[in-house]
Design a protein around this ligand. Structure first.
Ligand code: PHE
Length: 350
């Protein structure tokens, strides 16, 4: 734990053990260079506190890049609430309220929203004590609601740009797209892909999701253990992080990777591994910025939903096209190109 904090390139780590619930609240603030830090709250059970902190730190760094590339005036952060496996459902609201109080005490240093394991309803609870530093409350509580669909819209825009480069056409009609994870982003992405005429396959580990998308919508379900060697045009990771590693990359039979999950690469070298295999990688924090653009746009800049959706699509298309051009002309990975663009905005003089 000490080493993780000592060697981290971010600014601040806040740790709180929430005694009544037995949960650890970890807030990693990576950068406030562009403004107050923002990032979602991830709530899940981790094997230990160290892996929870590591996750928070990595995710916070990705938020810095995501927000820098989207042109938003926020720095990057992330919160993890590492809950015990047996957390009683009725202990949850008070845990979220205590967490909200902590956010309020931070006085705007950290702004949050939903992420894996939290929802717009949870944001309402957090905002009871954490307002005004909470994005994505339900519309009835005055928020913009879930950002999952906006994130999916941005991923779709990224897929179109990548398709144009690889297949010569933006249209996703008849493209075989494999969506890993059918949560709030993956599920919405499937809807968009179906409307665009793509041939959608999916994988999930939850029985309920499998029933809905396979039996309800008639989509092809791929067993979770086979997901990395299924032949498809586009692979869309929309579940956990670190799914692209030496082993999985060597199995992939796709031409493009573009998905909503954060931190898809297990290590920086994986970007080069994808390039070597001739797979066009749309960097995760570029194409999954839709949620952040949507929430900040609607709740800070008072954009209409229509404007927010247009800004998501156009912003991500432009950013990704520029990054693909840069990668090509400089003969570097798309990940390195994305980093370069973000770092320009983050450099001390700018
Ligand atoms: N958790 C989402 C993300 O990773 C949405 C979000 C963005 C939440 C910004 C809060 C702040 O992009």
């Amino acid at each position: 734990m000490e080493d993780l904090i000592k060697h981290w390139k971010g600014e601040t780590v806040i740790t709180r053990f929430d005694r009544p619930s037995g949960a650890w609240i970890l807030i990693a603030i990576h950068s406030t260079h562009l403004g107050p830090a923002a990032g979602g709250t991830r709530m899940k059970t981790y094997p230990d506190v160290v892996s929870a902190l590591q996750d928070a730190q990595r995710l916070a760094e990705a938020m810095t890049y995501k927000l820098a590339l989207s042109g938003l005036n926020f720095g990057g952060a992330k919160a993890v609430i590492a809950v015990p496996e047996n957390l009683a459902p009725d202990a949850r609201p008070d845990l979220l309220r205590r967490y909200g109080k902590l956010i309020r005490q931070l006085g705007g240093l950290f702004n949050t929203g939903a992420d894996i394991g939290t929802s717009a309803t949870d944001m309402d609870l957090i905002a009871e004590t954490g307002a005004p530093y909470v994005f994505g409350r339900t519309p009835s509580a005055g928020g913009a609601g879930s950002s999952g669909a906006a994130t999916a819209l941005g991923v779709l825009a990224g897929m179109e740009v990548a398709s144009e480069r690889i297949f010569g056409a933006r249209s996703l009609k008849d493209r075989r797209v494999l969506v890993q994870g059918t949560g709030s982003v993956g599920g919405a992405l499937i809807d968009y892909l179906q409307s665009a005429g793509a041939r959608v396959m999916f994988s999930d580990v939850e029985e309920g999701a499998i029933c809905h998308f396979r039996d309800g919508l008639g989509l092809e379900c791929v067993p979770a253990e086979e997901v990395y060697h299924i032949e498809c045009d586009i692979f869309a990771p929309c579940a956990g992080g670190q799914v692209l590693n030496a082993q999985t990359i060597s199995q992939l039979k796709c031409r493009v990777v573009a998905g909503g999950a954060n931190n898809q690469l297990a290590e920086p070298k994986d970007a080069e591994r994808l390039r070597q295999r001739g797979i066009l990688y749309a960097p995760d924090y570029v194409v999954n910025a839709g949620g952040a653009i949507f929430l900040v746009g609607m709740e800070t800049h008072s954009w209409t939903r229509h404007k927010a959706e247009n800004m998501v699509t156009e912003g991500i298309q432009d950013a990704l096209s520029h990054i693909f051009d840069l990668a090509l002309t400089q003969d570097i990975t798309t990940e390195a190109a994305a980093r370069q663009v973000a770092e320009q905005r983050l450099s001390p003089g700018s």
